[in-house]
Design a protein. Structure first.
Length: 166
């Protein structure tokens, strides 16, 4: 992926798997507001929202969480807790440059601070967890580009039985 200064909502949608409508709704709900908001033009149309590379990486993580079944309310809680409790933004927590690193185990998101304390971000972010043993299976949250869907050239899409859907 080649980094650019700003990405359009269409480019972000293609790289994350989120739809342009989801991005628009997230901006309207103040869940994730782009650096350059859409605004009305003199011709009566609207400009396209624009996102920075850091916002793109954050949206890749949020899209991954949505695919894993995390609700918008839980994503909002994650972003709020990172901002208020840990005084950091998502980018710093996923790329290892901040005071905390984020991990996921399936249905929960955890933050580990520089001291090694582990917190359940969604359920009780102010109380460190007591971790016993080495059986804890956590995967660090990282930004990943969504793999592009591929369809063979010149062939119609087919369902599981091989019947044409077009």
């Amino acid at each position: 992926m080649r980094l650019k200064t700003l990405y359009s909502s269409r480019e972000v949608a293609a790289l994350t798997g989120l739809t342009a409508r989801q991005l628009q709704w997230w901006a309207q709900q103040r869940l994730f507001v782009p650096s350059v908001a859409s605004h009305k033009t003199d011709a009566g149309g609207f400009t396209e929202r624009r996102y920075t590379p850091i916002e793109l990486l954050e949206l890749m993580v949020l899209a991954d969480l949505r695919r894993r079944g995390f609700t918008v309310a839980r994503i909002r809680r994650l972003l709020d807790v990172l901002r208020t409790r840990f005084k950091t933004r998502l980018y710093d927590a996923i790329e290892g440059g901040g005071a905390v690193r984020l991990f996921v185990d399936g249905d929960s998101i955890y933050a580990r601070n520089d001291k090694g304390d582990l917190f359940n971000v969604l359920d009780n972010p102010s109380q460190p967890l007591l971790v016993v043993g080495d059986d804890v299976r956590l995967r660090q949250l990282i930004a990943r580009e969504r793999p592009a869907r591929r369809r063979a050239k010149g062939t119609a899409a087919t369902d599981k039985r091989g019947a044409s859907r077009t």
